[in-house]
Structures are given as structure tokens and as C-alpha cells.
Write a protein that binds this ligand. Structure first.
Ligand SMILES: [Zn+2]
Ligand SMILES: [Zn+2]
Length: 241
């Protein structure tokens, strides 16, 4: 499992018929207070857990699971991961956390057609994604976990409760599915998505100094050019209003 920096591990998504999100593990190993970001697609739990163990990380050091958002390709194997880490808390943005607690799966599947297909393909029952959330995030929190400090930013547009994690001194941004490498952005046609919100989000993120972009899919980028997010926003502007 590649290390991005001393305190950030990256477990690449294993895409198949459907994408599997990247998983990140944040925090200093010595702290025994690590955070796992985005489990991934249904069926990928054991791959992710084995990758963590192969990196020499003790599972007991992982204290919480944080979701950038609750689409199926990120939350699909949450239950599998929770079985291995029953002590880990679940932290999600309030807007999607409340849906999860109610067993409202609109934000998981995004659209009815996709729900039908996935339930059939993976043998998922209605209500498979009802979870108790330990901490509902609002955005604006500064969290000191694992001896590293991350800011939580609410970045709606791709989904209602998308959050980004930002490490200000290392200039690392984990934007979920909001912005990717190669000037790509997340889709904005699913439940809870909003093109004009996504535009506002991108323009807001463009204010941040970012060196390392760790998106939910595809390439991770170290040393992204200055103004990358703003340029991305501009390229998509006409589609986002
Ligand atoms: Zn995704
Ligand atoms: Zn998504």
C-alpha cells in the first residue's frame, strides 16, 4: 500500500464493473489514532483490510471511519469493514448521516435505475445501508487526530453532504468525488447533486493552496500546478449554471 506522505496511506480502488473508491488512512502510526477515509465498493472490504495489514498497520489503531460522501462506490463495503473494526466510529456529514440513520438510501444509489441494478447485481436488500452515525460533521471543524490536523470542508454539488479533508500545512486536499486529476469533476446528475452548488464549491476550493490532490478515483496527483482547481472550474463553468 503506497504511502503518499509519512502520515497518509493510499489504498487504490480496485475498479471492476463499477468503480471502487480509493481508501486513505490518515494519522501518525505512533499515535494509534488513525482514521480510515472511504471504505469502497461492495465486496472490497477484505482487499482493503488486507492492504492495511500488509502495510504494517494494526487494525486496532483505526479509531474511526470518515465518509467523504455516501455513494455506493464509497460506502458499499462499510459493513464489511465495520465487522473487522467494530470499535471504529462512523463520521459523516450531517445531511447524509441523517439519511443513513433513517435507512434512506437515495444518497447511496443516486437514482432508481441504479438502485435496481445494484441490488440485483450485489444481492443487496432494501435497508442494507442503514447505519448509526457517531459524529455528524457540518464542515468548519478542525480535527486533530493521529497527531495531524485536518480541516473539514462542506463541499456540496456532487452530493448533498460531500466533505473535503484539508491538511493546511502539507497542502493536501482529499475532495471525494468533487474534483479529480486531468481537470475532471464529479457527476452532478444524481440525487442531491446540484450543478450551481458544485460550481460554488469548486470556486471555494480554488482558494486553498493545494500541492497534493487525493481524489476518490483515478490518479492521485503530487505537485499539482498552481490554479489547477480554478482552471478546472472555468473549464466546466458553462455546464455548471
Ligand atoms: Zn466515487
Ligand atoms: Zn460519488
Amino acid at each position: 500500500m503506497p504511502k503518499v506522505t509519512e502520515d497518509v496511506y493510499h489504498i487504490p480502488g480496485q475498479d471492476e464493473l463499477m468503480p471502487d473508491s480509493h481508501t486513505y488512512v490518515l494519522g501518525k502510526l505512533s499515535s494509534q489514532n488513525l482514521s480510515l477515509i472511504d471504505p469502497g465498493l461492495v465486496g472490497k472490504g477484505s482487499y482493503k483490510i488486507q492492504s492495511i495489514q500488509k502495510a504494517g498497520i494494526e487494525l486496532s489503531a483505526i479509531k474511526r471511519i470518515i465518509m467523504t460522501h455516501t455513494h455506493l462506490d464509497h460506502i458499499g463495503c462499510l459493513a464489511e469493514i465495520q465487522k473487522q473494526l467494530p470499535w471504529a466510529e462512523l463520521w459523516v456529514h450531517r445531511l447524509e448521516g441523517e439519511l443513513l440513520e433513517q435507512g434512506d438510501e437515495r444518497a447511496v444509489y443516486g437514482m432508481d435505475m441504479f438502485r435496481g441494478f445494484c441490488q440485483e447485481h450485489f444481492g443487496l436488500k432494501p435497508g442494507a445501508f442503514k447505519f448509526q452515525v457517531n459524529r455528524k460533521l457540518d464542515g468548519g471543524e478542525t480535527l486533530d487526530f493521529g497527531d495531524t490536523v485536518w480541516e473539514i470542508i462542506h463541499i456540496p454539488g456532487h452530493s448533498l453532504g460531500s466533505i473535503g479533508l484539508y491538511h493546511r500545512s502539507m497542502k493536501i486536499l482529499i475532495p471525494g468525488d468533487v474534483v479529480y486529476a486531468d481537470y475532471a469533476i464529479g457527476r452532478f446528475d444524481l440525487y442531491g447533486a446540484d450543478a450551481s452548488e458544485l460550481k460554488k464549491t469548486l470556486i471555494g476550493l480554488a482558494e486553498l493552496e493545494v500541492d497534493i490532490l487525493l481524489p476518490g478515483h483515478n490518479q492521485i496527483v503530487k505537485g499539482i500546478p498552481k490554479g489547477y482547481i480554478l482552471k478546472t472550474a472555468k473549464q466546466w463553468e458553462s455546464y455548471l449554471s
